[in-house]
Design a protein around this ligand. Structure first.
Ligand SMILES: *[C@@H]1O[C@H](CO)[C@@H](O)[C@H](O)[C@H]1NC(C)=O
Ligand SMILES: *[C@@H]1O[C@H](CO)[C@@H](O)[C@H](O)[C@H]1NC(C)=O
Ligand SMILES: *[C@@H]1O[C@H](CO)[C@@H](O)[C@H](O)[C@H]1NC(C)=O
Ligand SMILES: *[C@@H]1O[C@H](CO)[C@@H](O)[C@H](O)[C@H]1NC(C)=O
Ligand SMILES: *[C@@H]1O[C@H](CO)[C@@H](O)[C@H](O)[C@H]1NC(C)=O
Length: 791
């Protein structure tokens, strides 16, 4: 019987709150056996609260605010996803759909110039006739934007599935397209939804995209002056998704006379694994800049195309993670060999919702290419090929190697001079046997529930003189995470909502000159500083934030950006030790009145997601009880009495490596108001958006309370009369097999229910009485039920 009563109520309540409830909870709530639900909804919510060791919660969540960032968007223009920093011109060049903008690098909300590049009616019609959507696909999406040697810009657009490139210049505050109308095939994708990568080098444009209308002919090519490309073979590129490309000056002070290289990062369907389903793997491939192709074999094709698998081992998953973006970080004082590739990865299937960041040493990658073994295809059955390690002889010059001193000594000065044996080898076996492992063979950062899209890495020198990599990750949800890995401890300093409505971040750039990060999305672009230290108001919060860019200035009593402050600051990034902080300014107490028999809510939110709140009354700790409910955003005192007066203090308690730190965040002087008047209200715990697991728990509790309240209210009024609820009928329909939905008096008499739900029932009983006094909250509940019966 309890079942009959609960199910519809729960279902309706859940249905109403779907948005804030984790999906798995939601599904379980729909389970018909609600007695079970009552049993394990609460434990479930509790276990959700326990952080998985793999996961990392941002310490601070900054909701969207227009002051979070400088924003740019122009009415009617979308897809701001291509960016070029022109620090020399003090510009951010932003490519969107059918338009390019020149924005002030210091404040992108200031537009200096723009130029339209629209498709013609004829192009649009042709595109439409080929079956593409005229409103979305048959537009010109700006994709390639590079600075040229002569300080102009090279720009390509999808141009209604007929890619075209052009030169663009900026002068006298004007952006001008030269209308050269160069063929963009192979330089820019046809399909605006397809990923691509390109880089401009002194000897031409390198691009990785698809060459044909269908998007089925992938290519990595250099267009000029000596045009050269990949072999069209599945062992070279197999349904690839290109994400990033970069160049490396490997000829600089090279002892063996090596060549500069171009690296391309992508994912593709693996050829080498014998699996039943398509398996996607992440790859890095590289070519030599001096490559001119072979004489007979591999004519006008790369002779130096080598690729290897890249792993980012996230413990939870058996399937390889898929690369989404890569950022090259180099120490300007050091050699290219010390450069690092930082890449973001997302899971292969939706069985996992973890995203990760892994870092790779360039030297590790180059070692695999220079010294590693190759994989070779071996036919096993008629049409099946297995890829295994090749252990036979490797010809000289080494297949895939750039022309170096050893080759030159043999009279091989150009790739055109390479012998056929070397060329045939690389044509058949471009895949290395060994996979590339990240530094420490594990991710630097793992986050559950957010889908990483782009990454930028900077280096900050902390007050202790040490340098740390600060990782900025853009997500599908429009947030920018800022994280540091302190000696294998992942720490997300903050998560800032950049776009509203939440829009996936589709590009990220960082300018050393301005020290700002630029993010692009379909709806606009945003610019934010490396740190907004003044989000911390107290020394403790400033130190516990563990942001290497921020420290507490004891003189000004402010959390300041490190380099701008010459003074000594308090900072403890590795341990989060705030013991050096001076006593915080006392919190100003707020006067509140309480009326006996009524409820009172005292607001208090911790400045950090990692902190818990604790309450004190007259300096002695308060423990949660039926009458004192500790909510995420405050304290709820139910059925107040005279003895509840006093001084209430809310503490934010945060554990760091060093110690447990507590800090007063709010204080209330609560006194008794005159009986019978006043504004004491009945407030229900409301779940906050951040901290989904805690929110989940609170929603569960709140819903149980609401459901029971409504139920008991009915009992109270109707004195156990049979209730003509449609709610009940609905159960009867949905639970015919259980035969429990008959319209019987709704009385709570099950021992089961009592033992499992004692606490909530006590509250609900109380609330039902309270409802006499306060209709503001209970009315909507009853009204809601009435609406149900109207159906
Ligand atoms: C362009 O932006 C719109 C939103 O305005 C989005 O729906 C669409 O998917 C975007 N197109 C591409 C190619 O990203
Ligand atoms: C390679 O270059 C060297 C010196 O630059 C030259 O002596 C030699 O003849 C060249 N070999 C070929 C095959 O072109
Ligand atoms: C932080 O400082 C910036 C400028 O330095 C200012 O615009 C912003 O309002 C400040 N924020 C807070 C929370 O004080
Ligand atoms: C709070 O009440 C005290 C007396 O109980 C009074 O002295 C004080 O001024 C009040 N503070 C405010 C902010 O009203
Ligand atoms: C409220 O508190 C008073 C005593 O302080 C008690 O007599 C009364 O039963 C309580 N009401 C409820 C609904 O718990």
């Amino acid at each position: 019987m309890l079942l009959a009563v609960f199910t519809p109520c729960m279902t309706d309540c859940w249905g109403n709150n779907k948005a804030s409830i984790p999906v798995h909870l939601d599904k379980r709530a729909m389970h018909p056996l609600l007695s079970l639900c009552v049993f394990w909804l609460l434990p479930l919510a509790l276990t959700l609260e326990e952080d998985s060791p793999l996961d990392c919660v941002p310490r601070r969540s900054v909701p969207y605010h227009r002051n979070n960032a400088h924003l740019f968007r122009e009415e009617g223009v979308f897809n701001y996803s291509t960016m070029l920093l022109r620090e020399d011109l003090n510009l951010l060049v932003l490519g969107a759909r059918e338009a390019v903008f020149a924005l002030d690098l210091k404040d992108i909300s200031k537009k200096h110039a723009s130029v339209k590049w629209e498709v013609t009616k004829q192009q649009e019609d042709e595109c439409k006739n080929k079956g593409k959507d005229p409103e979305t696909e048959c537009k010109n999406y700006i994709r390639v934007l590079h600075k040229t040697e002569d300080s102009r810009m090279y720009v390509c657009g999808t141009n209604a599935f007929d890619p075209e490139c052009d030169y663009m210049s900026y002068a006298d505050g004007k952006l001008t397209l030269e209308k050269k109308g160069e063929d963009g095939k192979g330089k820019c994708p046809f399909d605006p939804f397809q990923r691509y990568a390109s880089v401009m080098s002194e000897n031409g444009l390198y691009s990785a995209t698809s060459m044909n209308f269908l998007g089925s002919e992938p290519v990595l090519m250099r267009s000029a002056p000596d045009s050269i490309r990949t072999e069209f073979k599945s062992s070279w590129l197999n349904e690839p998704n290109f994400v990033s490309m970069t160049q490396m000056p490997e000829s600089v002070s090279s002892e063996d006379g090596d060549d500069d290289k171009v690296y391309v990062f992508f994912s593709e369907t693996a050829v080498e694994c014998d699996c039943y389903n398509k398996l996607v793997v992440s790859r890095v491939a590289r070519v030599c800049k001096g490559d001119l192709g072979g004489q007979r074999t591999l004519q006008k094709k790369w002779t130096s195309f080598l690729k290897a698998r890249m792993d980012c081992p996230v413990l939870e998953s058996q399937l390889p993670y898929i690369i989404q973006d890569m950022y090259l970080w180099c120490d300007p004082q050091k050699d290219w060999r010390d450069c690092l590739f930082f890449a973001v990865f997302t899971p292969q299937s939706d069985t996992s919702d973890l995203s990760a960041v892994c870092a790779y040493r360039v030297s590790d990658i180059s070692r695999v290419f220079e010294e590693g073994k190759y994989k070779t295809p071996v036919p096993v059955e008629t049409s099946f090929v297995k890829w295994v390690m090749y252990s036979g002889d490797v010809p000289f010059p080494r297949p895939g190697a750039c022309i170096n001193n050893a080759a030159r000594k043999e009279g091989i000065n150009r790739t055109l001079d390479l012998p056929d044996r070397t060329l045939q080898f690389i044509k058949d076996k471009p895949l290395m046997d060994q996979a590339i492992q990240p530094i420490e063979e594990r991710p630097l950062l793992v986050r559950r529930g957010a889908t990483f899209t782009r990454v930028i890495v900077t280096q900050a020198q902390a007050a202790d003189g040490k340098k740390y990599h600060v990782i900025f990750v853009g997500t599908e949800e429009g947030t920018l995470l800022k994280a540091v890995n302190y000696d294998q401890e992942m720490f997300i300093i903050e998560e800032v909502q950049l776009f509203h409505p939440p829009e996936p971040i589709k590009s990220l750039k960082f300018s050393e000159v301005t020290g700002h990060i630029y993010a692009g999305s379909d709806y606009g672009a945003a610019q934010i500083p490396l740190a907004t230290c003044n989000r911390s108001f107290s020394c403790m919060d400033c130190v516990l934030a563990r942001d290497p860019y921020c420290g507490w200035d004891q003189v000004d009593r402010k959390c300041v950006f490190l380099s701008t402050s010459k003074k000594k600051v308090i900072q403890s990034v590795e341990d989060g030790d705030a013991s050096a902080c001076p006593d915080a300014d006392p919190v100003k107490p707020v006067n509140r009145s309480i009326w006996p028999g009524r409820n009172l809510k005292l607001h208090c939110t911790a400045p950090s997601n990692l902190a818990k709140t604790a309450w004190e009354r007259d300096s002695s700790p308060l423990t949660p009880a039926a009458r004192f409910q500790f909510l995420r955003d405050g304290l709820l005192i139910l059925n107040a009495s005279d003895s509840d007066a006093g001084r209430y203090r809310c503490l934010s308690v945060e554990r760091s490596k060093a110690d447990e730190h507590s800090m007063a965040v709010a204080e209330y002087q609560v006194s008794i108001g005159p009986a019978g008047t006043g504004d004491g209200t009945l407030i229900f715990p409301r779940a906050r958006v951040d901290g989904p697991s805690v929110a989940g728990l609170q929603v569960v509790v709140a819903l149980l309370v609401v459901c029971l309240l409504a139920l008991l209210a009915w009992n109270f009024y109707k004195g156990h009369l049979p209730l003509p609820w449609n709610c009940g009928k609905k159960v009867a329909q949905s639970q015919e097999t259980h035969e429990q939905g008959s319209e019987k008096p709704l009385v709570l008499e099950t021992d089961n229910g009592r033992s499992s739900n004692n606490h909530n029932r006590g509250e609900a009983a109380f609330n039902a009485e309270e409802e006499h006094n306060d209709q503001a909250v209970t009315l909507p509940t009853l009204k809601f039920i009435d609406d149900e019966s109207d159906i």
